[in-house]
Design a protein around this ligand. Structure first.
Ligand code: FAD
Length: 468
């Protein structure tokens, strides 16, 4: 491998990690004319027989789409995605009810992770100033010189020095390890007690076994299952459950017993044999939330995607936030004329509060998705939010809409959500008080013949008073 140095005409950028964010980032740097080298520890997934990934499909939304659009990839990816307009809630008794994601026409997309990664690698490779290096596992690097050491499959080591290192090597980033050795670097990681495992729901007579344009959810308080549609008419079902509960299920019969109790309607759709077999195919996987700051070291290195902020998957934003990272860095590059010594600190300043906000929101949704979607108050509040958003689209915007269908900065979305919540709850309290006072007024003004009064009749009087 040739030694790269600052003497090359255009600066050399090494993107470490050729996953979703690394591959997209390579397109961004290449588009700007940098010499881009991508170093990925795995083999080239475009030629691999088995692609190991963290989830089979992902929900792509507005932020991710905007980031893809900037490098001309939006249509390619969207054309292979399946729109999901609403959540479909499956009750324990097998009843289905839908909760739309936003206004009519607003949807998130179910996309295939492996295909998305392959398309992005191919797009990056189309730039003549980009080189993809597979089977390059970063072992170590120097924050002072930018020199990196890679392990090759034959046991040899290669040393490479570049102008800028972009760490896109995921939640367990080797790049980030250097940051930990430095002073004033903040870092925290939290494993949640839940793990996840994936099951496949095959097509039924060549068609989707359930309505395809939904994200199906089976919320069961302490655990839940979700299912996203795939282009081959299968669904990928993901069961999120505390590890201690996974450990209690040890035989095929226990799997069926568990599903009979909590996910009855899914049994015939997945199939008894497949359930008994696939439940034990892989152990449940862990989920971690990582926060750190700053994201850069001098003008040498920057962390992006999961390497900077792994979030739990319950807001469907991990990849979307990582893609938006690329867009934000690009905006800062414009602002500071590609001067890394100014760009990197500014990127950390702008992006850290937003990534921390989405990490917190994802944790919040971890509770909301499995517990609150069953709650009457939650459903009522969702409906109120939607009605108010329709009546006052610029004043009241549901949190989910801000996060999923806009590029409102994540931390601004959180601030606005708290403000809206306060205003709406006060409004509801006011309405309830007015209704009670109105009811009392009616009772005093028109003393009822109590022998013939039901609560229902009284309520209709109160409603009538409110209506007029
Ligand atoms: P990764 O995808 O982890 O890629 C990192 C790459 O770096 C890998 O290719 C790896 O091989 C390589 N690498 C690692 N170490 C080294 C090394 N030492 N040297 C060289 N290369 C290295 N997000 C959404 O937006 N929507 C969703 O619906 C969604 N669903 C999810 C469901 C689940 C169950 C999980 C676990 C996550 C989900 N996410 C979702 C989050 C999403 O998967 C991640 O945010 C996204 O994959 C991050 O991309 P990345 O490129 O930063 O990291």
């Amino acid at each position: 491998m040739e030694q790269h140095s600052k003497s090359t005409k255009k600066k050399v950028v090494a993107v470490v990690g050729g996953g979703l964010v690394g591959a997209l980032n390579a397109c961004y740097f290449a588009k700007r004319g940098f010499e881009v080298e991508v170093f990925e520890s795995r083999e080239d997934i475009r030629h691999a027989k088995v692609v190991k990934g963290r989830s089979i499909n992902l929900a792509l939304s507005h932020r991710g789409r905007q980031a893809l659009k900037h490098v001309g990839m939006e249509e390619t990816i969207v054309s292979k995605g399946i729109p999901m307009n609403a959540r479909m809630i499956h009750s324990v008794s097998g009843k289905w009810s839908e909760i739309p994601y936003g206004k009519k026409g607003q949807y998130i997309l179910s996309v295939d992770r492996a295909n998305l990664n392959k398309e992005l690698l191919t797009a990056a490779e189309k730039y003549p100033n980009t080189k993809l290096n597979f089977d390059y596992k970063l072992l170590d690097w120097s924050g002072d010189t930018g020199a990196m050491t890679f392990a090759r499959p034959d046991g040899s080591k290669e040393h490479i020095t570049v102008d800028l290192i972009v760490g896109c090597d995921g939640a367990f980033s080797a790049i980030r390890k250097q940051f930990l050795r430095r002073s004033r670097f903040n870092f925290s990681q939290t494993y949640i007690p839940h793990g996840y495992l994936e099951l496949t729901m095959p097509p039924n007579n060549g068609e989707f076994a359930m309505k395809p344009n939904y994200l199906h959810i089976w919320p069961r308080n302490t655990f839940m299952m979700i299912a996203l549609p795939n282009l081959d008419k299968t669904f990928t079902c993901t069961l999120f459950m505390p590890f201690e509960d996974f450990e209690k299920i040890t035989t095929g019969d226990e799997v069926i017993e568990f599903f009979q109790k909590y996910f009855t309607d899914a049994i015939p759709l997945i199939g008894v044999d497949a359930l008994q077999r696939d439940f034990f195919r892989l152990p449940a996987q862990a989920m971690v939330s990582v926060k750190c700051s700053p994201y850069h070291i001098d003008d040498k290195c920057v962390l992006m995607g999961d390497a900077a902020h792994a979030v739990v998957p319950f807001y469907g934003q991990g990849m979307n936030a990582g893609f938006e990272d690329c867009l934000v860095l690009n905006e800062v590059m414009d602002q500071f004329n590609e001067d890394f010594s100014a760009v990197l600190p500014e990127y950390s300043r702008v992006r850290v509060p937003d990534d921390h906000a989405i990490a917190d929101l994802a944790m919040y949704n971890y509770v909301e998705m499995r517990a609150h979607v069953n709650s009457k108050w939650f459903l009522f509040r969702k409906r109120v939010d939607t009605i108010l958003h329709t009546l006052m689209p610029k004043t009241i915007i549901p949190l989910y809409t801000m996060v999923t269908f806009t590029r409102t900065r994540y931390h601004d979305a959180v601030k606005r959500w708290h403000w809206q919540d306060k205003v709406i709850n006060q409004g509801l309290l006011g309405c309830a008080t007015a209704a009670i006072l109105g009811g009392s007024y009616l009772v005093i003004k028109y003393p009822p013949d109590m022998s013939n009064v039901t609560l229902e009749k009284m309520w209709s009087r109160v409603l009538a008073l409110k209506t007029f």
